[in-house]
Design a protein around this ligand. Structure first.
Ligand code: PEP
Length: 248
């Protein structure tokens, strides 16, 4: 089975000015200097260049939180994969539930965004996850399978290991309600099984996201199919995020 390097991503959402972002990086870097894990910061667009600049020479990678599927065009307010790659951004979060919910990001758009990101050399961090209603109706696996099939429709199986998948149950994001380690493990194992049908399950890193904190990180990250975490609220504080990196 291929070795899967732990992957810890800080999704800042619409938080942090450039000054706050660089302060965070300066505080984080000494805390994680010895880590062998992949540590990824996802700042808002305005702070991408500053974080990229600050982390040169370190192991920290930088991800954007969204991109448009087209290369260029009349799409006011959007940025393309190649614009991110030009900044030396290495990855991009796609399909976050907040974008699906508030900005109408559809599976059809994601089916184009994922290959566009890969073509530009960006590592997609594709988020999937069920609503509370779907979980209560025992439809979690159906939702995950549908999202994976739709969003990865145009990705060759051989390219799947270049992706990271984040399992983010919507009911656990920003709510303080964390999935139990068992619930998170079951969903991540199911995602891996879906990817195994395309011969790539063992190589793809699968993250859990949803109210991860220093206090619950170790137990979640100890699950066999959870290879890391996508962290929102607790990743706004460099000490808390460093503690989560250390817990992995
Ligand atoms: C997220 O933004 O992807 C997330 C999981 O947020 P939080 O950790 O705050 O639940």
């Amino acid at each position: 089975m291929p070795e899967r390097t732990p992957y810890l991503a800080a999704n800042w959402k619409m938080h942090k000015t450039v000054a706050e972002a660089t302060d965070f990086v300066d505080a984080l870097l000494p805390r994680i200097a010895a880590t062998q894990h992949d540590v990824v910061i996802c700042p808002p667009f305005t702070a991408l260049a500053a974080v990229v600049e600050r982390r040169y020479g370190t192991a920290v990678k930088v991800a954007a939180q969204n991109m448009h599927e087209q290369e260029a065009g009349a799409f006011t307010g959007e940025v393309s994969a190649s614009m991110l790659a030009e900044l030396d951004v290495e990855a991009v979060v796609l399909g976050h539930s907040e974008r699906r919910q508030y900005f109408n990001e559809t599976d059809e758009a994601l089916a184009l965004k994922v290959p566009a990101a890969l073509a530009a050399g960006l590592e997609p961090i594709l988020c999937v996850g069920e609503s509370e209603e779907a979980r209560d109706a025992d439809q979690t696996k159906g939702v995950l399978e549908r999202q994976l099939q739709a969003d990865l429709e145009h990705v060759a199986s051989a390219a799947l290991p270049d992706l990271v998948i984040a399992y983010e149950p919507i009911w656990a994001i920003g709510t303080g309600r964390t999935a139990t380690p068992g619930q998170a493990q079951d969903a991540c194992a199911f995602i891996r099984d879906v990817l195994r049908e395309r011969d790539s399950g063992d190589a793809v890193r699968i993250l859990y996201g949803g109210s991860v904190k220093p206090a619950n990180a170790a137990e979640l990250l100890a699950q066999p199919d959870i290879d890391g975490a996508l962290v929102g609220g607790a990743a706004l504080d460099p000490d808390d995020f460093a503690a989560i990196v250390e817990a992995a």
